[in-house]
Design a protein around this ligand. Structure first.
Ligand SMILES: NC(=O)c1ccc[n+]([C@@H]2O[C@H](COP(=O)([O-])OP(=O)(O)OC[C@H]3O[C@@H](n4cnc5c(N)ncnc54)[C@H](O)[C@@H]3O)[C@@H](O)[C@H]2O)c1
Length: 347
């Protein structure tokens, strides 16, 4: 394995730059002296203050340009490509979340299908050196064989969100094949960390704790046969993406396109994760705390274990995520307590 270091002379277009992953990636690129064009529609799927806080932290970088735009607006996106001539495009803008796709399917079609199609069209007409885009571990649906490998059969998605991500992989493959666009798709496995997404469980549990409310745990309360999940710390995701940016994707069935898992390859019991979060919050607050826990039946369709095989990624760029959940959750808890100015108010 050998990988090319980041080319700091190129212009990087990062969509979803006000989002969790997009913000950290933009910051990393800017800190190394790259020019970054950040695009985001700053939608209100979750607290927009968090998106503004992230953007404020990118503001001081001279080489950062932020454009409030929707990637589903084809003309506007084309103008961004004409004006800024990005050489590397990282598409992270999307409607995320599995459950919300039942409530608001339109948002997924608009951003993930039309928006992604517009990105591909722009890369076709204004050629780029590399397009990297976010897929998701949700493409593995209810697959039972672990670890999940990129070569596994993933034609049975169980949510519209997963369908859009799998569709993105197919669309990218076709565009890559037809127009020779070097492209890499990344299947992220539950990314967490400071300034993360409030719609995710670890964030929601923390909100509930400070609201004095119980958390619901869907594991039958059976800790011996608990569910296992893969959690990936944000810094690991950023290193993984960064290493891929300057590297030609592998050839796959006649197209310069490849899909990688980016996960921890080290599944944790759900209860270990929850106890680690309690410990992290106790440390951050300087006092031992415990969640009020309500155990619920395992949800239909939930599989006992999900985790990534990271062999392909390791082979390609010599890196695999390794941050422990204890270390990662401590950084999240410290940030949360400081950002929301939390003090212990439990009896
Ligand atoms: N965080 C995870 O655990 C995880 C897991 C699997 C896949 N992913 C994927 O990774 C990517 C980044 O996820 P994230 O956690 O940073 O999510 P996020 O919601 O924090 O970031 C996405 C950003 O994109 C913006 N956006 C949405 N639709 C847009 C549109 N049409 N035009 C312009 N901007 C738009 C949103 O305002 C948001 O700021 C997404 O594609 C997501 O589906 C994330």
């Amino acid at each position: 394995m050998s990988y090319k270091p980041l080319d700091t002379n190129k212009t990087y277009l990062v969509t979803g730059a006000a989002g969790f992953v997009g913000y950290y990636l933009s910051k990393q690129l800017l800190e190394q002296g790259c020019r970054v064009i950040g695009v985001d529609n700053i939608n209100d799927y979750y607290d927009v203050n968090l998106k503004h806080t992230r953007l404020e932290s990118l503001d001081p970088f001279e080489k950062f340009t932020f454009i409030k735009e929707d990637i589903s607006n084809k003309d506007a996106l084309e103008n961004i490509f004409i004006e800024h001539k990005p050489q590397i495009v990282v598409n992270l803008a999307a409607q995320a979340g599995v459950r919300y796709s039942i409530e608001n399917p339109d948002a997924y079609i608009q951003s993930n299908m039309i928006g992604f199609y517009n990105i591909l069209e722009a890369c076709r007409h204004y050629p780029v050196d590399h397009l990297v885009y976010a897929s998701s571990s949700s493409v593995y649906g209810a697959n039972k064989k672990v670890p999940f490998e990129e070569s596994d059969f993933v034609d049975n998605p169980v949510s519209l969100y997963a369908s859009t991500k799998k569709s993105n992989e197919l669309m990218a493959h076709t565009y890559s094949h037809l127009y020779d666009i070097p492209a890499t798709g990344l299947r992220f496995f539950t990314v967490y960390g400071p300034m993360g997404r409030p719609d995710m469980a670890y964030f929601g549990f923390t909100d509930k704790f400070f609201a004095g409310e119980p958390i619901k745990i869907f594991n039958n309360g059976d800790f011996e046969n608990d569910l296992y999940r893969d959690f990936t710390y944000i810094d690991d995701i950023v290193i993984g993406i960064e290493r891929l940016l300057s590297n030609e994707p592998g050839k796959e069935e006649g197209a310069p396109h490849k899909v990688f898992n980016i996960g921890n390859n080290s599944p944790e019991k759900l209860m270990t994760f929850i106890h680690s979060l309690e410990t992290a919050l106790s440390n951050a607050l300087g006092q031992k705390i415990e969640f009020i826990k309500e155990y619920e039946p395992i949800k239909p369709g939930d599989v006992p274990a999900t985790y990534a095989s990271t062999e392909q990624l390791q082979k390609a760029v010599g890196f695999k995520p390794e941050t422990t959940i204890q270390a990662g959750l401590q950084r999240f808890a410290d940030w949360y307590v400081k950002y929301y100015e939390k003090k212990i108010t439990v009896k």
